[in-house]
Design a protein around this ligand. Structure first.
Ligand code: MRU
Length: 344
């Protein structure tokens, strides 16, 4: 792989199987959209912005491999695939946003079937390119908020692995590091799927950025001990009144407020869903075994009830600022942004 987490190479979508990291860098090559759907479902591909690019490339595969006889037939195939892809992971906004963008443009496209197929592939590539570009801008703006010597606490993995390139929350850290600021990261392990322990530490270690791993229940302790300068996390969906991100984010936000520490959310505008509120969001509920087992080892008593929501909801009053490719949005800026960009 180059610097990109996902790439289109002449009818093949190439990415890394994230379930095998950090033990093994296993390259996944997918030539059919159903393989991409399966990789999303099984979390070989994960992270909201990466899911957007992957869904876009899945539609590119539909177009590339299509035997449709005309434009309308191809649109129909794209819509059917999109319907199934929408059912893979319900919470992150980018997957829906990317497919809606392609389908809207495909419906308005006036060329013939061949031209439409080529257009869909191009549009998917554009979505991936724009994500990479957005992350570098997020990094640039976000780095202004970090000082030399800062310790940044992050949750889950909002890094290069969760995006097409560079990362959102980790893009901010990376950018500060590249500017010569000696920042350090505290990464939470992120039960139950351990994206922090497996992916965030792997990425930062690879880049030589100092990182310390803690379990999720140590956040209160490290804040109490004044070991944290600020929190930077990513987002799966940003609605009018809240940020939806990996389960455990809200707990960290409450602790940050209690300790007077800034709580920043770094996300591209493709994660924004400003026509909805937190009440409209479907929080993905995952299987109980992720909680009752560690690997294949059962750790909980048999026959118990388990709750396993993959994401939680952080009301905006806990968020110091949202860092996106347009800049740093403090509360007033975000309010203006909402008025300008929401419908109705
Ligand atoms: O379940 P995951 O691993 O897909 O969840 C990922 C997160 O919650 C990330 O914080 C979020 O997608 C932002 S990634 C730039």
């Amino acid at each position: 792989m180059g610097t990109r987490t996902i790439e289109w190479r002449d009818g093949t979508v190439v990415t890394i199987d994230q379930t095998r990291l950090p033990q093994e860098v296993a390259i996944l090559e997918m030539r059919s959209w159903t393989k991409v759907a399966e990789a999303i479902k099984t979390m070989k591909i994960r992270g909201a912005p990466l899911l957007g690019a992957a869904a876009a490339f899945a539609l590119a595969l539909v177009a590339y491999n299509s035997k449709a006889e005309n434009r309308l037939e191809l649109i129909n195939e794209l819509e059917k695939a999109a319907e199934i892809l929408r059912g893979t992971r319900p919470t992150g906004a980018n997957l829906f946003w990317a497919m809606d963008r392609i389908l809207d443009k495909a419906r308005k496209f006036s060329g013939d079937r061949e031209a439409l197929a080529a257009f869909v592939v191009e549009e998917a590539q554009k979505i991936a390119d724009e994500d990479a570009e957005a992350n570098h801008l997020i990094g640039k703006y976000g780095a202004e908020l970090l000082r030399d010597g800062d310790v940044i606490l992050t949750h889950c993995n909002a890094g290069a692995l969760a995006t097409v390139e560079y990362g959102t929350a980790l893009g901010v850290v990376r950018s500060a590091w590249e500017q010569g600021k000696r920042v350090m990261v505290i990464a939470t392990e992120t039960r139950p799927k351990l994206q922090g322990a497996r992916l965030t530490t792997y990425e930062l270690k690879r880049d030589g950025i100092p990182v310390t791993l803690i379990t999720d229940n140590m956040v209160g302790y490290v804040m109490y001990k004044r070991m944290v300068s600020n929190v930077v996390v990513g987002a799966d969906r940003i609605v009018q009144d809240a940020v939806i991100n990996k389960i455990g984010t809200f707990t960290i936000a409450v602790l940050a407020k209690e300790h007077n520490k800034p709580f920043y959310v770094a996300a591209p505008k493709s994660t924004f869903d400003l026509n909805h509120t937190s009440k409209d969001v479907i929080i993905e509920e995952r299987k109980p075994q992720e909680v009752t087992q560690i690997g294949s080892q059962r750790i909980a008593a048999d026959g118990i009830e388990v709750l396993n929501p993959a994401f939680d909801i952080t009301p905006l009053e806990y968020v110091t600022a949202i860092i996106c490719e347009s800049g740093i949005l403090y509360k007033e800026d975000f309010d203006k942004f909402k008025t300008k960009h929401s419908v109705g």
